[in-house]
Design a binder for this molecule. Structure first.
Ligand code: GUN
Ligand code: FE
Length: 425
């Protein structure tokens, strides 16, 4: 479909706030030039010339934003889930990432990743590559071709890394500049994001250089923060000058509303305040935090403080790209946290998880993640007829069931990103 102006008719549901969803049975979602004009119970004559797409009894929801995922780790997902973070990185992750020096391997691996992401519920993603510039450019080419909108990072690592996955400090900064030069203006939908892996992998000197690049070019940043207790202890040793782990990034000016920090499981009061004041995005990755036995982030607290929060699959800490599963896991781990850790923080509801997966993470990309007038129109048309039940369900109940049972019989019928249809074939 060429046009970015059309009307979708169906059962429409989107978040208007963390606690409130708007549902319209048999409603009309109007898209003009890729942007939403809103959802209506009746279609005004004004839009009668637009292409009309009748989705019948299907569900129409916003596309999902996966704001933390590692493309090179897709190749070993589901394997090696018997270790905690630092052991898992050394044993499984770093040896896999070193393979992306070989472009033929990257071609095969990133082909599979891009293909599966295209067909997933994700319309936007914030993606880690590896430290290799050619493989990262190849990944960007492949993601551009999917029609999704993504930020992609060439990773920086200049310390505490294996010999076949490490750069010199100046060489890392230079490679980053070279990569940024190569990709400038090359894509419509694929953008660079600076990616210091995490403090243990990046020296102070390199952080400084990356912060200079971020400032010069107004670039977004992604990294990891307070995921695991041993990692946090290590950062205290590596940066004795820092007042908390978050300060080890903030000191260089790397936090802000264009930064995503994955995890934030053990953030201290000071660190939470830093994240809140700077508007930094927290990528909550519940499956990864469970599989790597990292812990459970207090997302209820972050929402209560009005912080920017979205969801991430963190493949291969998480085993799959399903944002449905990510939502269900976010709810499940919040219940365990409430039961076992802190009864003052109520569990997340499915509405809140839906908000995080759509509007919460989507806002990192601008006006994205809901069907409010003026937002980019990212939408999924969902066929839930394979998830059988004798009951009559409301639109929201159908969405809620889809979150939990998508893999059983759900099917994404159509997918739109900023009004442009994605080929699901
Ligand atoms: N911290 C540093 N690198 C990684 C990674 O690849 N995955 C996760 N989950 N945490 C990290
Ligand atoms: Fe990660």
């Amino acid at each position: 479909m060429e046009t970015k102006s059309f009307v979708l008719k169906g059962n429409i549901c989107y978040s208007v706030s963390p606690k409130e969803v708007s549902c319209t049975e048999g409603g009309y979602l109007v898209c003009v030039d890729g942007a939403s004009r809103g959802v209506f119970a009746e279609l005004s004559d004004e839009y009668s010339d637009l292409l009309f797409i009748d989705c019948g009894d299907k569900l129409i929801v916003p596309g999902m934003s996966d704001i933390h995922v590692h493309a090179p780790q897709y190749a070993f997902r589901g394997l090696g889930m018997d270790l905690e973070l630092l052991g898992w990185l050394n044993t499984h992750t770093f040896p896999e990432e070193a393979k992306y020096k070989d472009l033929a391997y990257a071609e095969r691996a990133y082909g599979i990743f891009a293909d599966d992401l295209r067909r997933s519920p994700t319309t936007r993603a914030v993606v880690f590559g590896t430290l290799h510039v050619p493989a990262t450019e190849l990944l960007m080419d492949k993601l551009e071709a999917t029609g999704l909108i993504t930020y992609v990072g060439k990773v920086n690592m200049d310390r505490n890394s294996p010999d076949d996955l490490v750069e010199g400090t100046d060489a890392s900064a230079e490679a980053t500049r070279r990569w940024l030069g190569d990709v400038a203006g090359r894509y419509e939908r694929t953008f660079p994001v600076l990616t210091p892996r995490f403090t243990p992998s990046v020296s102070d000197r390199l952080m400084e250089q990356l912060a200079d690049i971020a400032r010069e070019d107004g670039l977004p940043v992604q990294s990891h923060l307070s995921e695991n207790l041993s990692e946090i202890d290590w950062v205290k040793e590596l940066c004795p000058w820092s007042t908390c782990y978050g300060d080890a990034y903030d000191h260089f000016g790397l936090l802000g509303p264009k930064t995503v920090m994955a995890h934030c499981v053990y953030s201290t009061d000071e660190e939470v305040d830093l994240l809140r004041r700077t508007g930094t995005y927290v990528a909550h990755c519940p499956q990864s935090n469970a599989q790597l036995a990292s812990g459970i982030a207090p997302i209820r607290r972050y929402l209560g403080l009005g912080m920017n929060v979205g969801l991430g699959t963190d493949v291969a800490g998480g085993a799959d790209l399903s944002m449905w599963r990510c939502m269900a896991d976010a709810v499940a781990v919040s219940k365990l946290r409430w039961r076992l850790v802190d009864q003052s923080l109520a569990p997340l509801s499915t509405q809140e998880a839906f908000y995080l997966a759509t509007a919460g993470g989507g806002s990192f990309f601008g006006r994205v993640g809901s069907f409010a007038e003026g937002n980019d129109l990212d939408a999924l048309v969902l066929d839930d007829s394979g998830i059988r039940t004798p009951r009559d369900l409301t639109v929201w109940e159908r969405v809620e069931r889809y979150v939990y049972l998508a893999e059983e019989g759900g099917r994404i019928d159509r997918k739109f990103v900023a009004g442009r249809e994605v080929d699901l074939g």
